[in-house]
Design a protein around this ligand. Structure first.
Ligand code: ATP
Length: 182
């Protein structure tokens, strides 16, 4: 199985996430994308964010129509922040070819991720443009650069209390029903 891991806060999942995951499937010949919402500290103050169970549920709603999409609660059920290298190691046991999807904002910060040497060993990165950030290969890392771009931002969506055209209607309804980001 050729699998891409897609880690993030997904607070909430939006059409940009779905667009880049779909592009990965269409253009890289992969079999599936595993969306992995991260655990977030309940002590983070002053930040408008949704609990893990809500972020997980919204991911399930947004990916319901895509047979290649899976949603994993692996990081959430550990109940403490996970490093990406730990997540990659966990799933590397199951999948022979392992990829990792990220936006340009994360790619340029990759050296600050813990244990980059393990990441470089286990993962082939699939990188998407964002906010005009210049993209360049990094020595030692395997990467494919795709040109699908999407303007959605979870921060902007939270500021709009979830009233955004960049959300699946099922997700928008979920946000309203549970008064998230109000
Ligand atoms: P925010 O807008 O608040 O920064 P986010 O959507 O970037 O939120 P995450 O949910 O953690 O935050 O994103 C998960 C991954 O998806 C990250 O690698 C991020 O770079 C990527 N991503 C999110 N939105 C886009 C987008 N519109 N275009 C390209 N990559 C994106």
């Amino acid at each position: 199985m050729k699998t891409a891991l897609f880690g993030g806060t997904f607070d909430p999942v939006h059409n940009g996430h779905i667009a880049i995951a779909s592009a990965t499937i269409a253009q890289c010949g992969l079999d599936r994308v595993r969306f992995i919402p991260c655990f977030e500290s309940p002590h983070k103050s002053g930040v408008q964010s949704a609990e893990g169970r809500h972020r997980l549920e919204m991911l399930k709603l947004a990916t319901a129509g895509f047979p290649w999409a899976e949603v994993s609660n692996w990081e959430l059920q550990r109940k403490a922040p996970s490093y990406s290298w730990q997540t990659a190691q966990h799933f590397a046991d199951e999948d022979t070819d392992l990829y990792w999807i990220l936006g340009a904002d994360q790619w340029v910060a990759l050296e600050q991720w813990a244990k980059p040497e393990i990441l470089a060993d286990l993962l082939h990165f699939i990188v998407f443009p964002r906010d005009g950030i210049p993209l360049m290969p990094k020595p030692g890392f395997r990467a494919t650069f795709l040109d699908t771009s999407h303007p959605a931002s979870a921060t902007a969506i939270r500021k709009l209390s979830g009233n955004s055209e960049h959300l699946a209607s099922s997700v928008r309804e979920y946000i309203a029903a549970h008064h998230l980001y109000a």
